[in-house]
Design a protein around this ligand. Structure first.
Ligand SMILES: Nc1nc2c(c(=O)[nH]1)N[C@H]1C(S)=C(S)[C@@H](COP(=O)(O)OP(=O)(O)OC[C@H]3O[C@@H](n4cnc5c(=O)[nH]c(N)nc54)[C@H](O)[C@@H]3O)O[C@H]1N2
Ligand SMILES: Nc1nc2c(c(=O)[nH]1)N[C@H]1C(S)=C(S)[C@@H](COP(=O)(O)OP(=O)(O)OC[C@H]3O[C@@H](n4cnc5c(=O)[nH]c(N)nc54)[C@H](O)[C@@H]3O)O[C@H]1N2
Ligand SMILES: [Mo]
Length: 767
């Protein structure tokens, strides 16, 4: 019998769909699937029960807030998967590496590499045999240190994926600067760097202004390009509670995402038994990929028109004139732009009819307190900056920043990605108090900016970068243009990977290559002074302690902190103020140093991080103190209406690369994207039936996507199954990282250089 899950067996108009809501029994079954393969022990279940609670460990999955009054189980399907993934009983040992050469492993799938389980021993690449071989920690540190000392520090990159603790991150940044560079790109360079740059410019704070309390008070939430059900499921709880109170959620997303449509709480026995779901979005607008500038401008245009009319009729307008006069700059110019932009242009660029935008604007005008939420759908565009700036304009019109129940709330990715920037992992020197660091540690840190992700890749291609150290992550798999970059990578002299599980980046190695396995966050970290705790900052700027309690996966593992300190000690010039060994013995000393460098936010960190719900490190824009050039919140007048970088043309599509419910970035847990009804494969392109007909495609047919960036570079991904799905005309969607060969390295947000992974120009050819 034919498998109904195989897209080849579906007829043209049978769109894949998932009938159930997000959460609910489906999510419990999803966890059981991982548990089934990984056989959770009672200890694992106990670890889960304490996840995200005071005294427990903070989940390594997303960065969503950890509330003061947690649910009985304060974890979600994906958080449980992330923990089970860490606590797997499978091991990737020296024997495994003896059996498989690096060249052979390069042909393995992402899933199969990580499925080998936890790395157990430090390993060194042996070029003669093309195998990784075990090595002692001391030797690894000594040789890597000696190699780094031979290089110009400015030719080394220290990358960080957003998971390492605040303590390790602070140390890593200090290591880079004591060695002699600011080349500290992190995963936010591919993610929310657009946010850091745009929000700093327009409201003078690089992060969101909301706290959890605001979600208890807001009347409306405007939600752009963030897939909550998959990527921050615990956030569905406050959303559901808000809806139950009468708060209206207006969503802008090219795809109908299940979690934003309806939700059953796995925490609520009545909902679980009756299957009664809460409808999440009050309105759902399937904006074109890259259409948000036009959509938001359209709403603002209508609001300003209504303002004039209502003012004439009642003497009181719609916008908050007092706030605008006292707190903002640039309003008149933006207002003129709204008036001068025609509805036709707005409709063409947003893909939405003006009536829909007017309906959305009415919800905004009726609401006293409004929150703006967004994710990668706004940040990963060539004009991502303008996307965020326009959402800010929209909120400013009625004073919706800097008062309870209102504000801007970007949803961050990795569990400590925001915190890493806060404590010094930054290639931009303006973000770091270098003078203070010079005084604290008695060395002069380099003063010129370092390289971000895109610049690091350019440096690797042109040979100026010689060494790459990676604190977690899977850089070579996560970046654009991966086929070209994999080739360039092998010119590197030195690559060092600090990791928990094997991934492709470890196999695209430099001439001297090292694989240094570390403890996972849920594991016990015993040092000279006793058991250590660490800390991280969530998406809403709260800092929490995290306690690892599980037995380490191998007795040969070191903590990330100890590995960074071990490398630093062998690399940096001796300096009595750089007490690498003492710090490793007692992380609380480093927390005191963080409190010294960032006093205003981190004072008494050692005590305050223990409080339930963590401590709030504050936000100036929330207090209506605008640390911008003008000293006020900035209205931005956009010069373009589309966030994409290239004009539309016949046969060119805008490709959205996104995540399934069964992955964490490049970590693939399985092949079931339950909410989208796509099973058994990740090699798909989602396209609407009308576009299929226009292009003469049939469901299940195999096609190749070809890059259409007109730069003479051949980019292609073959073998993709055509899958009918409700996406806007002219748009396609498919999965990251499989489609990364199609994203040009130069195709990024103009101001922050965040790769524009949501509007990639492509063409379809049949295989
Ligand atoms: N389970 C799980 N959780 C995760 C991750 C994971 O991979 N798996 N990754 C973590 C990380 S690092 C991050 S950054 C976050 C990412 O979380 P998200 O920000 O949700 O990222 P994506 O999955 O890429 O999805 C982006 C959403 O934007 C929509 N979109 C695409 N283009 C546009 C557009 O032009 N306009 C609008 N309005 N919408 C658009 C897409 O349809 C999709 O719903 O999640 C974090 N949490
Ligand atoms: N086309 C396209 N490309 C994208 C995106 C997209 O939407 N589309 N999204 C971008 C985004 S938002 C991001 S954040 C990046 C993600 O880029 P990265 O952060 O570099 O990648 P991850 O997949 O999160 O890294 C996974 C690896 O981290 C290691 N790891 C896991 N836990 C730990 C730990 O506790 N310690 C250490 N040391 N290592 C650990 C494991 O070895 C695992 O294989 O990708 C970006 N790339
Ligand atoms: Mo991210």
């Amino acid at each position: 019998m034919s498998d109904p899950r195989d897209p080849a067996n579906r007829d043209n108009h049978d769109m894949p769909h998932y009938d159930g809501p997000a959460g609910g029994w489906g999510s419990v079954r999803g966890m059981a699937a991982i548990a089934g393969t990984e056989k959770p022990t009672p200890a694992m279940l106990e670890t889960l029960a304490r996840q995200n609670k005071a005294g427990g460990h903070m989940c390594t999955s997303c960065a969503w807030a950890k509330p003061k009054d947690p649910h009985h189980f304060e974890f979600c399907e994906n958080g449980a998967k992330a923990t089970m993934w860490e606590l797997t009983t499978k091991r990737c040992t020296p024997e495994f590496f003896a059996r498989h050469s690096v060249t052979e492993l390069r042909s393995w799938k992402d899933f199969d590499l990580e499925d080998q389980g936890r790395l157990t021993h430090p390993m060194r690449y042996d070029a003669e045999t093309d195998h990784y071989v075990p090595v002692e920690w001391d030797e690894a540190f000594r040789e890597i240190g000696a190699h780094l000392k031979r290089l110009d520090p400015k030719s080394a990159i220290f990358y960080a994926s957003g998971r390492a603790s605040l303590e390790t991150s602070y140390l890593y940044a200090l290591f880079a600067r004591a060695y002699g560079h600011n080349n500290l790109p992190d995963s936010s360079n591919m993610c929310h760097e657009t946010t850091s740059v745009a929000l700093s410019k327009v409201i003078g704070s690089p992060v969101g202004t909301c706290t959890l309390d605001d979600f208890d008070e807001c009347d409306a939430i405007f939600f752009f390009g963030q897939n909550t059900g998959t990527n921050s499921p615990r956030f569905l709880h406050p959303l559901r509670d808000a809806v139950k109170r009468g708060c209206k959620i207006v969503t802008f997303n090219p795809l109908k995402e299940k979690g934003l449509e309806e939700f059953i709480s796995p925490q609520n026995p009545v909902e679980m038994l009756t299957g009664r779901a809460t409808k999440i979005s009050y309105q759902y607008h399937q904006v074109k990929a890259g259409g948000d500038i036009a959509a938001i401008l359209g709403m603002c245009k209508f609001i300003l028109e209504c303002d004039v009319k209502r003012r004439q009729a009642t003497g009181r307008g719609v916008i908050d004139e007092d706030f605008i006069a006292e707190h903002t700059h640039g309003f008149e110019e933006f207002k003129a732009k709204c008036a001068a932009t025609g509805w036709e242009e707005i409709e063409t660029n947003s893909g939405l009819p003006r009536t829909a935008l007017m309906d959305a604007a009415r919800v905004y005008m009726d609401a006293e307190k409004v929150i703006g939420i967004y994710g990668m759908g706004l940040t990963q565009h060539v004009h991502g900056f303008e996307n965020i700036a326009l959402l800010t304009n929209f909120l400013l019109l009625r004073g919706n920043i800097g008062r309870p129940g209102a504000g801007m709330s970007p949803v961050r990715g990795h569990s400590n990605v925001q915190g890493q920037r806060t404590v010094g992992i930054a290639e931009k020197t303006a973000l770091v108090p270098l003078d203070l660091i010079a005084e604290q540690f008695g060395f002069d840190p380099p003063r010129e900016d370092g390289m971000n992700t895109v610049e690091a890749c350019e440096g690797i291609e042109d040979g100026t970068v010689k060494a790459f150290i990676s604190l977690g992550g899977n850089f070579v798999r996560a970046i654009p243009d991966i086929v070209r970059m994999e080739e360039a990578w092998q010119k590197l002299e030195l690559t060092v990977q600090i990791a928990t599980k094997l991934n492709r980046s470890h196999l695209i190695n430099g001439k001297s290559a090292w694989l240094l396995p570390c403890l996972a966050r849920s594991e016990r970290d015993m040092q000279a002074s006793g058991m250590q705790k660490v800390s991280m900052e969530d998406s809403l700027s709260h800092v929490h302690a995290s306690f690892g309690k599980r037995t380490p996966a191998s007795e040969h593992l070191l903590s990330e902190f100890a590995i960074v300190a071990g490398l630093a000690k062998e690399t940096c010039a001796p300096n009595p103020k750089l007490r690498w060994d003492d710090w490793t013995g007692d992380y609380s000393i480093v927390r005191d140093l963080i409190a010294e460098t960032y006093h205003e936010q981190f004072y008494d960190m050692n005590e305050r991080m223990l409080q339930a719900g963590g401590f709030y490190r504050g936000n100036s824009a929330r207090e209506r103190v605008w640390k911008t050039e003008s000293g006020k919140a900035e209205f931005t007048t956009p010069e373009m209406l589309s966030a994409t970088g290239l004009a539309d043309k016949e046969g060119r599509y805008r490709l959205i690369t996104l995540r399934s419910n069964d992955q964490f970035n490049t970590t693939i847990y399985g092949y079931s994207d339950r909410f989208r009804g796509i099973e058994g494969t990740r090699h798909v392109i989602l396209i609407n039936p009308k576009e299929m007909e226009k292009a003469g495609l049939k469901a299940g047919q195999r096609v190749t996507l070809i890059g259409d960036a007109e730069d003479g570079v051949d980019r292609r991904v073959p073998g993709l199954t055509v899958t009918p799905y409700e996406v806007p005309d002219g748009c396609l969607a498919g999965y990251f990282p499989e489609l990364n060969p199609l994203v040009p390295l130069w195709y990024h947000d103009e101001k922050s250089k965040t790769p524009a992974s949501k509007g990639v120009p492509v063409r379809i050819v049949t295989d």
